[in-house]
Design a binder for this molecule. Structure first.
Ligand code: SF4
Length: 257
């Protein structure tokens, strides 16, 4: 299925730039694209497929869904849509929801536990399917929100990586939407009637209050200056270690001088 509109072309261009800038896709890759039924993963899958069709290299995409097992999750809607679009699809049923209920420590983050469990399943499925890469739908806003969260609450200067070796050392995780703003994905989703489904979990939309706070902060700043988000993402590729306080880096710089 071809998505054709200006929004799509814009996102495709930005994604293509990220693929080139960070060497995200190589000849012979077999990529498991994580799909949840949310707008970001639909956008990612469609864009990667369009890039694949015109790429001078060969690579394969498989849409992989990890169903956490929350009641009411309409994976049938997701599966039907992906098949209708002609994608290779793998649906993995799990009992993550039950494991969370039984083993989560009181007061600990529901989302963090859930994400960790599902990520583990995703890697295992990628292994079984013979995929060397896993593509995730994190976009520009996710990167800069994480940057702020780390600064404000974790005392570190870090965002996400567009390309990194997974903890299991077997897969490379890629995030091709790093340059794409969430608002563009929302428009793309609306224009193309992506069949968005809820995850059905008990904390949907309630967890991660701090991230919501970062979103509100960025929205406020964006009202005054429409370039704020772009400036922040540019800052991540324009690091000036001499003007930071990391003593390890400072010592390394001193040995170079
Ligand atoms: S919102 Fe729900 S499904 Fe998503 S990570 Fe959190 S607990 Fe899991």
């Amino acid at each position: 299925m071809l998505l054709k509109n200006n929004q799509f072309r814009r996102i495709k261009k930005l994604t293509g730039k990220a693929v080139g800038d960070f060497g995200l896709i190589e000849n012979g890759d077999r990529i498991a694209v994580a799909v949840s039924g949310g707008k970001d993963s639909y956008a990612l899958l469609h864009i990667l497929e369009q890039l694949r069709r015109r790429a001078p290299i060969q690579y394969e995409l498989i849409a992989v869904n990890v169903d956490a097992g929350f009641p009411g999750y309409r994976k049938d809607v997701l599966h039907g849509y992906l098949k209708e679009c002609g994608f290779q699809v793998h649906m993995e049923a799990t009992n993550c929801s039950q494991i969370i209920e039984e083993h989560r420590h009181p007061g600990s983050s529901y989302c963090a536990f859930c994400a960790r469990l599902r990520r583990g399943v995703l890697y295992a499925v990628a292994d079984r399917l013979g995929c060397n890469k896993v593509a995730l739908g994190h976009h520009l806003d996710d990167f800069i929100e994480t940057l702020l969260l780390n600064q404000f609450y974790s005392g570190k200067l870090a965002a996400m990586s567009p390309k990194m070796l997974a903890d299991n050392k077997r897969h490379t995780v890629i995030r091709p939407l790093v340059y794409v703003e969430e608002s563009d994905i929302v428009k793309l989703s609306d224009q193309n009637d992506f069949p968005i489904i809820d995850c059905g979990c008990p904390v949907m939309g309630e967890e991660d209050q701090n991230r919501q706070r970062m979103k509100r902060l960025l929205t406020e700043l964006h009202k005054e200056n429409h370039h704020v988000k772009r400036s922040m993402i540019r800052a991540l590729s324009n690091v000036q270690p001499r003007y930071l306080l990391d003593r390890t880096v400072v010592r390394q710089l001193e040995t170079v001088l």
